[in-house]
Design a protein around this ligand. Structure first.
Ligand SMILES: *Cc1c(COP(=O)(O)O)cnc(C)c1O
Length: 497
């Protein structure tokens, strides 16, 4: 009489590895598949199988190497084998069934395939979210892997496992602009403005002044913050389109020895004007000032070296060139600078830099609830930045910028700021008076491209940021649409598309 062979499996996603195992088993006798029941899969693997027991049974029964299918629990033992009169259990080399050795035959698994891997891939595909091209100045377009990295088991952020994740994120961020031995990154739950506000309200002594360079909306915002908290500040107005006049700035510093801080935006997101950190750092050194830099729109794309450039406090956020989700901002400084803040009377509570630093140092935790899932996505985004490299990322961005500005030139549209001091990351385009930004926005939005209004008063203009997970092809498609829009303007104006 033929031997009765059992092959046990859950066959939730049947693949050629299963078929090969069944074929081999059929050489030993009559094949009885021990098929794991739905309840056992749920309790042992933690998911409801996509196909239920009867459906999986029906598929297996149609395979020529299979003679019978019987329900079995997750693990097979001798009494189950007895129950079905089985002579031999055949399993792949991941076997964990406890049966008499004489009744067990282990066969090698087919390499490179498993239901688990297939499930992971197909869930990525089925969850493939519509890809929008965000040309607004952040949050930027993200990769699917960054989006998906937010789907994690629930965890209490006070657990040390989560603390370790935050600590590694913090160290990775530091290493982008400084060394981890003497510098540290303090994380906050909040958009970029939270970090700017935290610095201004945590570091400036009561009797000292901060000189704030205002050459765009974000420099102006720093002045507004300082003014709201009644911090001593001097506003230095500089052209929104031309480099800062350093000798003029220097005159001001020479005549005022109550100034201890110089605050500046690295890449002014209003126009794409890139302020020269080397020059400003030298100036800060010469006048013994602490340089505060809002690097929101440069961090992760334009190389920065805090020590060499003499930057005392630098801040940025998770959702711009880092290509993570919105919700985290951070401040980077020397550890000893953070320690020294202990002596400054705080103006703030939630955003206090010293307390946030000190608490994290002691506990690997933020003082208050962190944005848990956003941290996971930031970790993934940093990994992807490391893989791409800052220089490559910048050249990918700059390629898109060249495509965009070449098209503007072709179309006779002017943009602000000379290429020599342009960041090549965001562009403010002047549009003819007869064009209505909102109409234009809606036209592109419907097609999956989001453009952004300008922040310059009295100038009909719009902004296009070329950061995030977009490539030259995306930009080429966008400029083709843009040309179409401008060529057929009259049609678009009178027809509702
Ligand atoms: C984005 C940005 C900020 C922060 O804006 P949020 O809306 O708070 O994220 C600050 N400064 C600059 C230069 C920016 O580009």
């Amino acid at each position: 009489m033929k031997k009765r062979i059992m092959v046990d499996m859950s066959a939730t996603l049947l693949h050629y590895g299963h078929i090969r195992l069944l074929m081999k088993a059929s050489n030993y006798g009559t094949v009885v598949v021990g098929l794991t029941t739905d309840d056992e899969i749920l309790s042992n693997k933690g998911y409801q199988p996509e196909l239920n027991f009867d459906q999986r049974k029906e598929i297996l029964e149609s395979i020529k190497f299979v003679n019978h299918v019987v329900p079995v629990p997750w693990l097979i033992n001798d009494s189950i084998l007895d129950q079905h009169n089985i002579d031999l259990l055949i399993h792949g080399d991941d076997n964990s069934n406890l049966v008499d050795k004489k009744r067990l035959l282990i066969l090698p698994r087919t390499k490179g395939v498993s239901s688990k891997e297939i499930r992971k891939k197909s869930s990525l595909i089925t969850n493939d979210i519509k890809r929008n091209i965000l040309l607004n100045p952040g949050p930027a377009t993200t990769t699917n892997s960054v989006k998906m990295s937010q789907v994690v088991p629930d965890i209490c952020p006070r657990e040390s496992d989560f603390g370790k994740i935050m600590a590694s994120v913090s160290e990775d961020l530091t290493s982008i602009v400084a060394d981890n031995d003497s510098y540290s990154t303090v994380l906050f739950c909040g958009s970029g403005t939270a970090a700017v506000e935290s610095i201004l309200t945590s570091v400036i002594e009561k009797d000292r002044y901060v000189l704030i360079v205002n050459n765009g909306a974000y420099g102006k915002r720093m002045c507004e913050i300082a003014s709201r908290y009644e911090i001593n500040f001097i506003e230095y107005n500089s052209s929104a389109t031309e480099p800062i006049n350093i000798s003029d700035l220097e005159k001001l510093l020479k005549n005022n020895n109550s100034i201890s801080y110089l605050a500046v935006v690295h890449n002014e997101t209003t126009t794409g004007l890139l302020n020269d950190l080397n020059q400003l750092g030298n100036l800060a050194k010469k006048y013994n000032l602490k340089l505060i830099v809002d690097a929101m729109f440069s961090f992760g794309a334009i190389p920065i070296n805090m020590k060499k450039q003499n930057i005392s406090y630098l801040c940025s956020s998770s959702n711009k060139n880092i290509q993570g989700m919105a919700g985290i901002s951070y401040v980077i400084a020397e550890k000893k600078s953070f320690e020294n803040l202990k002596n400054i009377k705080p103006l703030n509570y939630y955003l206090n830099l010293y307390e946030q630093y000190n608490y994290f140092k002691k506990n690997n935790q933020m003082r208050f609830t962190p944005p848990v899932q956003t941290i996971y996505s930031l970790k993934q985004a940093i990994l992807e930045l490391k893989q791409e490299g800052i220089r490559n990322r910048y050249s990918r961005y700059a390629n898109s910028w060249i495509i965009f500005t070449d098209a503007l030139k072709e179309m006779n549209l002017k943009y602000l700021v000379n290429d020599d001091y342009h960041s090549k990351l965001i562009t403010s385009v002047i549009i003819p008076e007869n064009i209505n930004f909102d109409d234009m926005h809606d036209y592109f939005y419907e097609k999956g491209y989001t453009i952004y209004p300008s922040k310059i008063e009295d100038l009909n203009s719009f902004r296009v940021a070329n950061i995030g997970e977009i490539n030259s092809n995306d930009m080429l498609k966008f400029v083709t649409l843009l040309k179409e829009y401008f060529t057929n303007l009259n049609i678009f104006k009178y027809k509702k598309y």
